[in-house]
Write a new protein. Structure first.
Length: 579
């Protein structure tokens, strides 16, 4: 199901505004195109003069003078064509540079709430539009407006020639339209098939360890090869359709030039046309039809860019620009959640329903409950990844949407349940991939996470290069580096989703020490937990059940109620068994 029209139109309007920023360059190219196309008359006029004047007068001086003038004019034409190409290259570069950050952020924001959505290609679509803008197609678009002028010139030589040329131009336009109709579906199918095979390839690369360990290589290759073969088949079918129309158009243009010569020769024999006009008409026809032929030959590029433009319009319309907020002072670690209701992306069922609680500075609150109770959903909501459907989340009185994403990330440290490193050094990963990491802040964060000594024991210490899957690091080491990354930049609130899931006893103790120190500094911690060791430093517990708060209070009180309920359930079960 497509997006509402107003959403797509909003995105298109944003794209048009960016494109409009280069309107002066478009006007300048239009002026250059006028001179370029006028200079295209050099060849026909030269032939006309040579056949009708030079050969008749047998004047070498006239031939030399005309040839020198033609060489000069062609030199000017070459410079103008070179200038047009360079201008369009810079227009394309400006368009991409202007939208790079906007599209990158839109893709990231959409992927954060809908990681399984593969419909958006984002940056690839932007590159497709950029390639079109830097290709010969825009120049052909400017030149095609001169086609009627060249056809009129042929008509001036003789109406018969003009009629043949006009009829040929209409047929080429018809071929262009047919190319658009018949190639649209094959190109769309090919694009979807390629996207599916690439998505499968990326998934297998990210899970290479599991594929190898579980002996899944042959099975996954077969599945990927099926997608790849379908993509190749659709690409061949698309190329066949576009190539067929391009070849037919080229062949027809060559035939049309011969037809002009044939008709012209007949008119010369009838004494109604000169030989020079016959040759000049053939050259003019070639120039008149060249832009249309170029558009047909480049139609696949045009279609790809059109699809990219539509995808970008939908993406930018769906994910509006982030609002620039007034920068607030650093808040205290006081978190208040009121009547929070959250719907996961693409879901009609709320994962959290009217959840309310508060966390005071210096407190650690544990989130407990069965799988699917909504714990991870709450963690994503507290970090601003998933927006509330209703209710509010406030940090020191300010709603989370009053902070920019970068500012909010520096205030709320987050350790997700499935932690992954980025390609780079450990220091860069702790510094959240900052271009110039603050070494002192990196070491301070590692010490707060009790990971400093562990990192120093590695071969290159903080400069140890790691890949996305961690390389030589264990799951526990990666998790402690993740905790250090969460603590980087002195956040006021930590949200830890299963922080000790990959840790041994020593690692769990290190995390608990880090949480204790964090609390001692007046900061707050919220811990999603399944293991008892994870809630050792918690002061309060929130018991979630089916997306609602079943109990909230001091840790000992909540645990006592759970034990009493457990004993009552067990007693009831035993009594039922006796009956």
């Amino acid at each position: 199901m497509g997006k509402p029209k107003f959403v797509v139109e909003t995105g298109r309007q944003e794209l048009r505004e960016v494109r409009r920023e280069s309107w002066r360059l478009y006007v300048f190219v239009g002026v250059l195109s006028c001179f370029t196309n006028l200079l295209m008359l050099t060849g026909p006029l030269y032939m006309l003069q040579v056949y009708d004047r030079v050969l008749g007068s047998r004047s070498v001086e006239t031939l030399v003078a005309l040839s020198v003038l033609v060489a000069f004019l062609y030199g000017i034409l070459s410079l103008l064509e070179y200038a047009r190409g360079r201008i369009f290259g810079r227009v394309a570069a400006r368009f991409q540079a202007r939208l790079d950050r906007r599209v990158f952020e839109a893709v990231q924001r959409k992927a954060s709430v809908a990681p399984d959505d593969q419909t958006e290609t984002g940056l690839r679509d932007l590159e497709a539009v950029q390639r079109l803008l830097s290709s010969p197609v825009p120049m052909a678009f400017f030149d095609v407006f001169w086609t009627p002028v060249f056809l009129l010139g042929i008509w001036i030589f003789h109406p018969w020639l003009g009629a043949v040329a006009a009829l040929g131009g209409l047929l080429i336009l018809a071929l262009t339209g047919l190319n658009r109709v018949f190639s649209a579906r094959p190109m769309s199918n090919a694009s979807r098939a390629v996207a599916s095979s690439e998505a499968m390839s990326n998934q297998l690369r990210n899970e290479a360890e599991i594929v190898e360990a579980m002996g899944m290589r042959d099975a996954t290759f077969t599945r990927w090869k099926t997608l790849r073969d379908r993509a190749l088949k659709e690409q061949i079918r698309s190329a066949d359709v576009s190539g067929s129309f391009a070849n037919v158009t080229k062949t027809f243009r060559l035939f049309l030039q011969s037809a002009i010569l044939g008709v012209g020769a007949f008119l010369v024999l009838q004494g109604e046309l000169t030989a020079g006009a016959m040759i000049a008409s053939s050259i003019l026809l070639g120039r008149a039809l060249a832009p249309m032929e170029q558009l047909v030959a480049q139609w696949q590029l045009v279609q790809t860019a059109k699809r990219g433009w539509d995808n970008l319009a939908e993406l930018l319309g769906t994910v509006p620009p982030e609002r620039v907020n007034t920068r607030l002072p650093k808040p205290k670690a006081k978190l208040v959640v009121q009547n929070l209701t959250v719907f996961p992306p693409n879901s009609r069922q709320a994962a959290l329903k009217s959840v309310s609680f508060n966390v005071n500075p210096g407190e650690a609150v544990g989130l407990i409950g069965s799988s699917g109770a909504g714990k991870s959903t709450l963690a994503r909501s507290l970090t601003g990844v998933w927006r509330p459907h209703s209710g509010t989340i406030r940090l020191d009185g300010a709603a989370l949407d009053q902070y920019g994403s970068t500012e909010l990330g520096s205030l709320i440290g987050y350790l997700p349940q499935r932690f992954q490193l980025f390609d780079g050094t450990i220091a860069e990963n702790i510094a959240r991939m900052a271009p110039e990491p603050d070494d002192a802040a990196v070491v301070a964060a590692a010490k707060k996470a009790d990971a400093h000594e562990m990192i120093l024991r590695l071969a290159d210490g903080y400069d140890t290069y790691v890949s996305a899957n961690g390389g030589q690091l264990s799951g526990g080491q990666m998790q402690r580096i993740g905790l250090a990354r969460a603590m980087y930049g002195d956040p006021v609130l930590l949200v830890l989703d299963e922080p000790n899931s990959n840790l041994d006893v020593e690692g769990s103790a290190a995390v608990n020490r880090a949480i204790e120190e964090f609390k001692a500094n007046g900061k707050s911690v919220l811990i999603v937990a399944h293991r008892p060791a994870a809630i050792q430093e918690c002061d309060k517990l929130i018991m979630l059940e089916n997306g609602t708060v079943r109990d909230f209070g001091a840790k000992k009180d909540v645990l006592r109620k759970l034990v009493i309920n457990h004993e009552q359930i067990a007693k009831t079960s035993r009594q039922g068994g006796l009956k």
